[in-house]
Write a protein that binds this ligand. Structure first.
Ligand code: FE
Length: 131
């Protein structure tokens, strides 16, 4: 897999200010404000930074959190996990494996079959609807 190398100004030019803040600066959109938290449209969620496939709508569920939530990524290779100790919490940050864009966090309180919750910012995603 080829990693994406872009300068900061290239990232700024290719994303909206909110997408840049979330995907490239590790920001978090406010709950219940994003484009996809309540979206039930079938399709594939791809990375806003590089277009890589990240999540299938089949794994999306309503966590009540106000962010798009998935119980699995589309593949183990799609996502990289990092230990995140910011804000006095120990969390697992998830980023796009291909372009390193910040996606959200992973929590072990999801539904079956995985028991995992990928809590993802809408701003880091683009939904490719099923044709
Ligand atoms: Fe990406």
């Amino acid at each position: 897999m080829t990693n994406i190398e872009k300068s900061d100004s290239e990232w700024r030019d290719s994303l909206t200010p909110e997408q840049y803040e979330v995907a490239r600066c590790g920001g978090t959109e406010r709950a219940f404000t994003g484009k996809y938290w309540d979206c039930k449209t079938p399709g594939t969620y791809v990375c806003i930074g590089c277009g890589a496939d990240l999540f299938d709508s089949e794994a999306k569920y309503d966590s009540g959190s106000g962010w798009p939530s998935f119980w699995a990524a589309i593949s183990d290779q799609a996502i990289t996990e990092h230990r995140d100790t910011s804000y006095g919490m120990v969390r697992t940050e998830v980023v796009c494996a291909k372009c390193n864009s910040h996606l959200g966090h992973l929590f072990p309180d999801g539904p079956k079959p995985t028991g995992m919750r990928y809590c993802i910012n809408s701003a880091s995603l683009d939904l490719k609807e099923k044709a």
